[in-house]
Ligand binder design. Structure first.
Ligand code: MOS
Length: 715
């Protein structure tokens, strides 16, 4: 059995040795280097763009402005925005593309980009007020009442590989190498924008160097790059600079959570209200559905949620790992911890007292949920009930422990995969999905190998190309369920063909070591290579399709079925705080999860550790601040943003998965895990900080200033 084995990643070596070819590594003959010029102001109207000086730089072929650009036919989702730059003269945010410089060499294009002179009639702009609005609330009659705001700043994804595009037209046919989490999104948006058929757009992306959500939808630079290649009649290459990654793709928006909780004397939640307000761009709406946490995690007879947006002259936000419950659990599980203290209960006991036996939002039974077991095993591994109840001193440090619930909804997408078994007994999987570093390159071959009785090195995977069968996306923690199931179905169909050749009923076919036999029999069975040779078959092939009820393109949390699907877990952390310097350190963590069947314990464990580290960044370090007088991101580089490095992360992070099989989520029994590990972490850290210091920090990130401030209770 290969499903369930802790196999290493076959792509690890080519990635760490630099052999993996990312978008910008491709070489298109005769390609021009293209650089985008961003608006220097956050709002206004372009009067004129003077390109003369830029065009006089040697090697510069052309500078394109709004006057040179074709008008896109029809741009809708999955384009991230519909009001595209360089289609009119309106400036809606700082850094919005206003010109495209094309040159024979990159340095020439970069030099010329600095010489483009924009004459802009500047208008007043709406600054992004950080967590500004106050939500008025009524009171409740509960024995215990807790009401507070929890804030979090905008954060950028900052993948190692910036977004990049190489595009070449052949008549009306476009081939585009693009950095993406779903090539078919790019195909759909570009074909619609250029008024051509989807088959006329081929999108290739063999490796994606991190995405975290900012490569999920299609962003303006992808449309502009393809348009520029068409206007210039040359292949082009565009790589966004690190600074442009702040304003030309999305980010997680600044959010305010207003929480109001009531509990009875026994510690049961009598009311739970969660209002979320997030920033969005000036003319379009992005809603971060963070209230989903409060709709799905704890039981309460009265749950009320509200989502609001506030518009500003900022670029458009987008989903960021982990969307929805990730931000939502920051507010919810901080407030839950505060309520547990008000009631006088242990924070874990309080969560158990409010355990949601059924889905709070719909009342439906869960497809599977073993959160009780996850809590219990997490608490045991951490020593939760044996923890000191008062802060412990360790030299200058104060130690404290905190915990939170983890939860992530279940997003599923349809997927098709093809499996081909050749005459030498080797299998190939073909599906146009991607690996953003999460291990899909490992587990899809693992699934096919398991069904066909092959070893992992006998199965290869072709992916990252829209010319292949339409695989599902690599976002929403969905790939294992959707793409994995399509691989499973395809491999099973090939197995059925082998069984027929062998004269064994499919249901009794047992495949191992390249041989097939009737299960339970003690014959050695027949070699599959020999079987195919005798039958004169050079190849056996089959397509597998994972589809959703009613042929839907997307399904959230099992909607439309009689069960609710979600994933669960618990995160326990011990932190150290130096109260004089305000330093905050992670000492150790335990994550324990109820998330369906685990296909590969090694890659799954790595996913959860990565999620916890990501969560530590949210808790203690990350925030992209908007400069209010100039209306732009204050720091647009990797030097000005604090993200966790190895020195921030202790080796003592333990991961546990409850044994579980969820047949509703997918025929593999698997659910999504990629983003689950990031949820709950920020609240657990704030709760641990409270245990260590008595200070309740309600705004992220928990920086030294908030920890040294005298008596800071709502820093
Ligand atoms: Mo993730 S925000 O679903 O890439």
């Amino acid at each position: 059995m290969s499903i369930g084995e802790a196999l290493p990643r076959p792509d690890g070596r080519i990635k760490v040795t630099g052999q993996a070819k990312y978008t910008a590594d491709q070489r298109l003959d005769g390609a021009l280097f293209v650089v985008l010029v961003g608006s220097p102001v956050p709002a206004g109207t372009i009067r004129q763009i003077d390109t003369h000086e830029a065009e006089s730089v040697p090697g510069v072929v052309r500078v394109l402005t709004v006057d040179d650009m074709p008008r896109f036919a029809n741009v809708t989702a999955p384009s991230a925005i519909t009001l595209l730059p360089m289609q009119d003269t309106t400036i809606r945010h700082h850094g919005q593309a206003i010109a495209i410089v094309a040159a024979e060499r990159l340095e020439q294009a970069e030099q010329a980009a600095r010489l483009v002179r924009a004459d802009i009639e500047v208008s007043p702009f709406v600054a992004q007020s950080e967590g500004a609005a106050v939500i008025a609330r009524g009171s409740s009659n509960a024995a215990h009442r807790h009401e507070a705001d929890y804030l979090q700043p905008s954060r950028h994804h900052n993948p190692m590989e910036p977004s990049a595009v190489q595009a070449v037209w052949d008549g009306d046919e476009l081939t585009i190498f693009d950095t993406t989490q779903h090539g078919y999104n790019v195909q759909a948006v570009l074909s619609s924008a250029f008024g051509i058929r989807p088959e006329q757009v081929r999108v290739i992306c063999h490796h994606t160097g991190g995405g975290f959500g900012c490569k999920g939808f299609v962003w303006p630079h992808e449309l502009l790059a393809a348009a520029a290649a068409r206007v210039l009649q040359r292949p082009i290459k565009l790589v966004l600079s690190r600074a442009q990654m702040y304003s030309m793709v999305g980010y997680q928006p600044d959010m305010r959570h207003h929480m109001l909780l009531g509990a009875d004397a026994d510690g049961r939640l009598s009311a739970l209200s969660h209002d979320v307000e997030n920033v969005t761009s000036i003319a379009e709406q992005f809603v971060e559905h963070a209230t989903s946490a409060s709709q799905g995690v704890y039981a309460s007879p009265a749950i009320q949620t509200k989502q609001k947006v506030r518009h500003a002259n900022v670029n458009h936000p987008t989903a960021m790992r982990a969307p929805w419950e990730g931000p939502g659990l920051w507010g919810l599980d901080s407030a839950i911890d505060e309520m547990a203290h008000l009631v006088g209960m242990d924070p874990l006991d309080f969560r158990l007292a409010n355990y949601a036996e059924t889905d709070p939002a719909t009342g439906k039974p869960w497809s599977s949920k073993k959160l009780r077991e996850a809590y219990a095993e997490g608490a045991r591994l951490f020593g939760w009930y044996d923890r000191p109840r008062e802060p412990v001193r360790d030299g200058p440090w104060l130690l404290g422990s905190g915990m939170a619930t983890s939860s992530m909804g279940c997003f599923r997408f349809p997927s098709v995969a093809r499996v081909r078994l050749n005459a030498s007994g080797r299998a190939t999987i073909e599906t146009g999905c991607h690996d953003i570093g999460t291990g899909t390159l490992t587990i899809f071959p693992q699934i096919a190998a398991d069904v066909l009785g092959l070893s992992l090195d006998q199965v290869s995977l072709s992916m990252g190309d829209t010319a292949l069968p339409k695989g599902g996306p690599t976002y929403g923690s969905s790939s294992t369920m959707g793409v994995g199931a399509s691989v499973l179905y395809a491999a099973r169909s090939v197995r059925a063909q082998l069984a027929e050749l062998a004269g064994v009923p499919d249901s009794q076919a047992e495949l191992a070591d390249g041989r097939i036999r009737r299960s339970g029999s003690d014959e050695r069975g027949q070699s599959i290579v020999e079987l195919m040779r005798q039958a004169g078959r050079a190849e056996l092939r089959a397509d597998g399709e994972f589809s959703l009820p009613g042929g839907a393109p997307f399904n959230a949390n099992g909607e439309g079925s009689d069960v609710a699907i979600s994933t669960f877990g618990a995160i326990f952390v011990e932190v150290a705080v130096d109260p004089e310097l305000g330093l905050l350190r992670l000492r150790r963590a335990v994550g324990s999860y109820s998330a369906g069947r685990i296909i590969n314990p090694r890659t799954a464990r790595a996913q959860m550790i990565g999620g916890i580290i990501w969560g530590w960044g949210m808790a203690a370090m990350e925030g992209t601040h908007h400069e209010p007088t100039l209306g732009r991101w204050l720091s647009r580089d990797l030097a000005g943003v604090a993200v966790p490095v190895n020195a921030d992360i202790p080796s003592d992070i333990q991961i546990h998965f409850v044994d579980e099989f969820d047949a509703h989520a997918s025929p593999l029994g698997a659910k999504g895990i990629g983003e689950l590990g990031a949820t709950g972490v920020a609240a657990a850290v704030a709760n641990a900080v409270f245990a260590a210091t008595g200070k309740r920090v309600r705004s992220l990130p928990i920086t030294p200033a908030k920890l040294v401030m005298e008596g800071a209770s709502n820093a």
